[in-house]
Design a protein around this ligand. Structure first.
Ligand code: GUN
Ligand code: FE
Length: 422
């Protein structure tokens, strides 16, 4: 049996708003699976090698449940248009470049490395519509140690000639992609109708049937922008609300991720809670392309599952520490807009959403629960000046908002060390 023992200031998020801290503690994994967090090393591990990180923080690694891999090259660009114009002007032409496998290889290798270096070990990711580039993305993530789901995007209408499929072609390529990606161990397929305006009814029906037959998860976009919502209403006059366009085709269940949900009212939120759909909150993107400010507190109060996404390149930060900070800031904007009746997200709550809530989509228990595979990040903050001696919770707060150069010391994903800067 292989034993991993990490020693340091261990901080985890076992429940929304709660942090558990063990300074000078031991995080132990047996064969990559967490056995526990201990203030004193149990006798049975005596003699096993201890990786001593001194006073550094040992945190859960982060989960990015919504990002667009082929938009990585345009990260930090083109934020002057609202969603639908932004897609046509910048996003679709950028994604069209991934018809070239060599280009895809170079970009995706860099993306996978940057994710790991920032402590993101779980993802749910959109590729482009290209089957070959999608397989390359899965390969590069797996090599780097990023785990999770990747979707070949389906889009057979309302795009640009360089980035659109015929309906039959989209179906055929999806089936072929599912055949060809069976041997990946850590990266699995997720069905990905881009959003309702991008998919004909025939394609939506095909994907819903496929999800049921093969028990596949589903990811898409929902109620991000008011122009988009009006368009969906025109496309599906029979559906009372946007979410019903997914439900109608079997794309609405407890393995469904819906990004944004900025304008989801109580009725739409109830439909999410009832079905067990997970909302992926993308605070940076919602602000950058002027979509709005999602009612995250209302979702949490109502018992809707919420996780976080960077949504690059609508979002301008790939680093999930920054995304946690952006979510907290967005919740404060919402509080201001709602007339101060809405509580903002605390740091502990934001941290839970970026770690445990995302990991829950992969059936991991919250925090460093025994039985979870080891997903952890070691962060050094010893080089920053301090106003006083900081508690572990204060140190985590500062890591969310500000990190020193090369702060990430080491990263574990699915039980294996995948990064070390020493
Ligand atoms: N809706 C459909 N496609 C996209 C996309 O690429 N980014 C965002 N933010 N919203 C979308
Ligand atoms: Fe998106």
């Amino acid at each position: 049996m292989s034993i991993t023992i990490l020693k340091g200031a261990i901080v985890s998020a076992p429940a929304l708003g709660r942090l558990e801290t063990t300074e000078g503690g031991y995080l132990v994994a047996e064969n990559g699976k967490i056995a526990g967090v201990f203030p004193v090393l149990p006798e049975r591990y005596a003699g096993a090698p201890v990786e001593d990180y001194g006073d550094a923080l040992i945190l859960q690694s982060l989960a990015d449940l919504h990002l667009h891999a082929p938009q990585y090259p345009m990260l930090g660009m083109g934020m002057d248009l609202p969603l639908l114009d932004w897609l046509n002007a910048y996003t679709f032409p950028t994604e069209a470049r991934f018809a070239d496998p060599c280009y895809a290889r170079t970009v995706y290798r860099q993306l996978a490395r940057e994710l790991i270096e920032n402590g993101t070990t779980r993802v749910c990711m959109f590729s482009s519509l290209h089957r070959e580039a999608t397989l390359i993305l899965m390969e590069e993530l797996e090599k780097a140690g990023v785990t999770g789901y990747v979707g070949k995007v389906n889009m057979d209408r309302n795009a640009i000639p360089a980035l659109q499929e015929e309906t039959e072609e989209s179906m055929r390529e999806t089936l072929r992609w599912l055949e060809e990606c069976q041997n990946f161990r850590l990266v699995k397929p997720i069905l990905t109708p881009r959003f309702t305006p991008s998919c004909t009814n025939d394609l939506m029906a095909f994907l819903g049937k496929l999800a049921a037959e093969r028990n596949l998860p589903i990811q898409s976009h929902l109620s991000e922008n008011t122009g988009e919502i009006a368009w969906v209403k025109d496309l599906h006059p029979d559906c009372g609300q946007y979410w019903e366009t997914y439900q109608k085709y079997g794309l609405w269940n407890n393995r469904t991720l819906m990004a944004h949900c900025v304008w989801s009212d109580q009725r739409e939120r109830t439909a999410m809670r009832t079905a067990g759909v997970t909302v992926v909150h993308c605070a940076d993107s919602n602000q950058n392309i002027c979509s709005g400010t999602a009612p995250v507190r209302a979702m949490l109060n109502e018992g809707v599952n919420v996780a976080l996404g960077s949504d690059i390149a609508g979002g301008d930060h790939l680093n999930m520490f920054d995304v946690v900070a952006a979510s907290i800031r967005a919740s404060k904007a919402r509080r201001i807009l709602d007339g101060w009746e809405t509580d903002f997200l605390t740091v502990a709550e934001g941290w839970f959403l970026g770690t445990s809530a995302g990991a829950a989509f992969f059936e991991a228990s919250p925090g460093f629960a025994p039985g979870n595979m080891l997903h952890a990040v070691v962060v050094d903050d010893g080089g920053l000046p301090q106003p006083h001696s900081l508690t572990p919770a204060e140190r985590l707060e500062r890591c969310v908002y500000r990190r020193q150069k090369n702060a990430v010391q080491a990263v574990w994903s699915e039980g294996k060390r995948v990064f070390s800067n020493t």
